[in-house]
Design a protein around this ligand. Structure first.
Ligand SMILES: [Zn+2]
Length: 258
């Protein structure tokens, strides 16, 4: 069982060692910006490392939106980040499901996802798996509630899209964690990664505030059960720096084994 943490991009391998992590996730550029990733001096070390590397795409990416001025650059930036992530030997690139705006036809949002994968194929293909992550908020999200997730998968399943299950987002988004792995898999057929986070907020609050395991509103046993049932690697995206994340990783190792 591989367990790791979301860390600062400055020195991910040192951060992994400080946390006893088998895996790290980090950003390759400002998550709130549109910049392409810069070349990393530690690329060789990252490629050679035993630590599994996951890259999180910037939050500004929204390939579902009907707004051309966001959708078109989002597609391009997704492909750019996929290439940069593959250069580092990353296992996958994680990206949020995105959303449309109130009043938009949500069906167009799902189709925009299909078009994103079709665009990437035309541009030479994606060099690593893209994991679409469930999100916590909004009434027009592609991957908050699983009825929409099913419609999204009808659009992207044929392209081999992967799925990242965030336990904080599921809880805050209104999807019960009990039995969640079977429910997801009945839609996507796969879970490639678990974001193992507690939530500061109540069920179905729509808020996205992560907490350390056992400190928030989620029973840690449900997070452990999701990791076990999925057999997927887990990344904690929790506060508290090396100390807080080490404790979360240790808790998962102790309870989930491995
Ligand atoms: Zn997450």
């Amino acid at each position: 069982m591989r367990i790791g943490a979301h860390v600062d991009p400055a020195n991910p391998l040192d951060a992994a060692a400080a946390r006893g992590a088998d895996a790290v996730q980090f950003f390759l550029a400002d998550p709130q910006g549109w910049k392409s990733p810069a070349t990393r001096p530690d690329a060789d070390a990252l490629r050679a490392s035993d630590v599994d590397i996951y890259i999180h795409a910037p939050y500004v990416i929204n390939v579902a939106t009907l707004n051309n001025r966001i959708r078109i650059p989002s597609r391009k930036l997704l492909v750019t980040h996929a290439r940069a992530a593959a250069e580092l030997g990353a296992k996958a690139l994680i990206v949020h499901g995105g959303h449309v705006t109130a009043g938009d036809d949500i069906a167009v949002g799902f189709d925009n996802w299909r078009k994103t994968f079709a665009y990437a194929e035309k541009e030479g293909g994606l060099p690593l798996p893209i994991l679409i992550e469930n999100t916590a908020g909004g009434d027009h999200a592609m991957a908050r509630r699983f009825d929409n997730l099913a419609r999204l998968w009808d659009a992207v399943g044929e392209f081999g899209a992967g799925f990242c299950l965030d336990t904080c987002h599921a809880h805050a988004g209104g999807e019960d964690l009990l039995g969640i792995v079977d429910r997801v898999k009945s839609i996507t057929g796969r879970i490639d990664l678990i974001h193992a986070n507690d939530s500061k907020d109540t069920f179905d609050s729509g808020r996205d505030r992560h907490d350390n395991l056992g400190s928030g509103k989620i029973d840690p046993e449900l997070v452990v059960a999701a990791i076990r049932a999925s057999g997927a690697p887990a990344i904690v995206e929790t506060p508290g720096g090396p100390e807080g994340q080490s404790a979360d990783i240790a808790l998962l190792r102790e309870k989930a084994g491995g």
